[in-house]
Ligand binder design. Structure first.
Ligand code: ACO
Length: 323
């Protein structure tokens, strides 16, 4: 059993912020940021909320899929930066796009969120509980970033990406994992007990990260996760057309390519222009690659996310052209 991607869409905020712009805010430089991360600019929301971007990306995916909103029976939004604790982002997207028959929920797995959400869609479709699912990754991390911390504020960007999926006929395989004991490596927004029994001062919800530990985790885990995936699918690297990795950092992507002895050309990159958009990065890249016409019938592609939790996951799917 597998799923087929009927259409993709994405949305990036209008406002571009370059490394030079950030150098006016914190002590940094274009040279430092570009050489260590590959990032040159990112989009930062000025009026766009997470919901707004998610709905825009979702609408574009529906349009490309030629699917009406009332044909959608589930909306899954992967996000760690929803606008409200409740209603969830998916319900708010439902209202905007008019997908009245959809069941709507958010899923939180940081930068692995889109992979986990796509797998969730696959399981619902496989069980017969859903037929057509709108899967979205959307983030406005700019509201969670400590804009005084040069070690993190230069890394992230805002945006959303989406895919409309239904039952497919091609290969579909997945590997997922989590390691909660390493959760402290990358955290955001501790919600402390605060009630009539406990009076705790709430701290600001901001991203804190041990960058080197995250780097080590990524370059070890991603290749082994993909190798396990290929083994499960009975395929070798040469049979994979593209690896669409979470766009955290160019050096991580290059290091994964090197460790897997695969050419860098098989690893599309847009971190240079988008920064790290967490759960949105894979669907934004997928939409770009799809709209550029780089994906053909039968192409075997690997999507791989990794990040806070710690969490990681990869999906191998065979591209089924809609035409
Ligand atoms: N500009 C200039 N100097 C900086 C900046 C900056 N933006 N940020 C940190 N520095 C300084 C530090 O203060 C430090 O100075 P010091 O030596 O005087 O103390 C020096 O640069 C080295 O700092 P490190 O943190 O050791 O820098 P490192 O070489 O490890 O690079 C980086 C930091 C780019 C974050 C790297 O660790 C990395 O790529 N980690 C991966 C983490 C990642 O991509 N996270 C994204 C979120 S998680 C995810 O998506 C999976």
């Amino acid at each position: 059993m597998s799923i087929k991607i009927l259409g993709t869409g994405s949305y990036l905020p209008e406002n571009r912020v370059t490394n030079d712009d950030l150098a006016k805010l914190v002590e940094t430089s274009d040279e430092w940021i570009a050489s260590r991360t590959g990032i040159r600019e990112r989009r930062i929301a000025s009026f766009e909320t997470t919901t707004y971007m998610a709905a825009k990306a979702g609408k574009r995916a529906l349009k490309q899929a030629d699917v009406c909103p009332d044909e959608i029976d589930m909306i899954l939004v992967a996000t760690l930066s929803g606008d409200h604790a409740t209603p969830n982002t998916a319900c708010q997207v439902q209202e905007i796009i008019g997908a009245d028959k959809a069941v709507c929920m958010d899923l939180s797995a940081a930068c692995s969120g889109f992979i986990f959400a796509l797998n969730t869609a696959n399981v619902y479709i496989e069980s017969g509980l859903a037929k057509t699912v709108l899967v979205i990754g959307a983030e406005s991390l700019s509201k969670l970033v400590d804009w005084k911390d040069r070690g993190t504020c230069v890394l992230f960007g805002d945006g959303a990406g989406a895919a409309v999926v239904t039952k497919g006929t091609g290969i579909y395989e997945t590997v997922m994992g989590s390691n909660g004991s390493k959760g402290a490596v990358l955290t955001c927004g501790e919600r402390k007990l605060s009630n009539l029994l406990v009076d705790t001062k709430q701290e600001l919800e901001q991203i804190k990260m041990d960058g080197q530990e995250v780097f080590r985790f990524a370059v070890r885990t991603v290749p082994s996760c993909i190798r396990e995936l290929l083994k499960k699918a009975g395929l070798c690297c040469e049979e994979i057309r593209y690896y669409l990795l979470h766009q955290a950092n160019l050096r991580i992507i290059q290091s994964v390519a090197k460790r897997m002895k695969e050419p860098e050309e098989k690893f599309p990159v847009n971190v240079d222009l988008c920064g790290n958009t967490s759960s949105a990065s894979i669907p934004i890249l997928l939409d770009e690659w799809n709209r550029k016409g780089n994906l053909s019938q039968g192409d075997k592609i690997v999507l791989c996310g990794f990040g806070g939790g710690l969490t990681w996951g990869a999906i191998l799917l065979e591209w089924e052209s809609n035409k």
